[in-house]
Design a protein around this ligand. Structure first.
Ligand code: ADP
Length: 173
């Protein structure tokens, strides 16, 4: 059975095979968790993301691409693009759920067994934290049968509000 857990902390320090980045569609780095991941990984990550962006023309919301981990402790970084919150009627839950599902499918393809997610879209993109957490946990649980090799999924929360939300949701699983 796959273990789902919430931790409070910095995703660049978590000991897992792959971490997920809440990237923007240009894949060229940004603030928040994206900035922290690029700083910790070093310049090789930006160079590879530039290459991916050139090849694929970026990454639309709800999709995911993979790169190496460079100076990070993980093997791979999965870059997914969360939706910007526009009130909830513009397909935000489907896109956010898709970020989690596609990231797990890509992790499996890459042979990763342990994966850490940040709270995608809940920073600059303005997604209400409670709604985002529900969608994240639901989407991960729904995808688990498709990714049986994944043994551990960690929701890395950077603030107490998110941490409490995830703890509550995961207690009731
Ligand atoms: P988005 O544009 O998807 O909203 P942000 O990076 O602004 O992305 O925020 C996503 C979440 O990542 C927020 O909850 C933010 O607090 C959190 N975050 C910021 N830095 C880190 C970090 N180093 N590790 C884990 N989470 C982080």
């Amino acid at each position: 059975m796959t273990v789902l857990e919430a931790v409070l902390g910095d995703i660049t320090k978590v000991a897992v095979d792959g971490i997920v980045n809440a990237a923007n569609s240009g894949l060229l780095g940004g603030g928040g968790v994206d900035g922290a991941i690029h700083r910790a990984a070093g310049p090789g990550l930006l160079a590879e993301c530039r290459d991916i962006a050139r090849r694929l023309g970026g990454c639309p919301a709800g999709e995911a691409v993979v790169s190496a981990g460079y100076n990070l402790p993980c093997k791979k970084v999965i870059h997914t693009v969360g939706p910007v919150w526009r009130g909830g009627g513009a397909g935000e839950p489907e896109r956010l759920g898709s970020c989690y599902r596609k990231s797990l499918l890509l992790a499996r393809e890459e042979g990763l067994e342990t994966v850490a997610f940040p709270n995608i879209s809940t920073g600059v993109y303005g997604y209400p934290k409670d709604l985002a957490a529900e969608t994240a946990v639901r989407a991960v649980k729904a995808a688990l049968p498709e990714v049986p090799e994944i043994t551990r999924v960690v929701f890395v929360c950077f603030d107490m509000e998110n941490y409490r939300l995830y703890q509550n949701l995961l207690e009731n699983r």
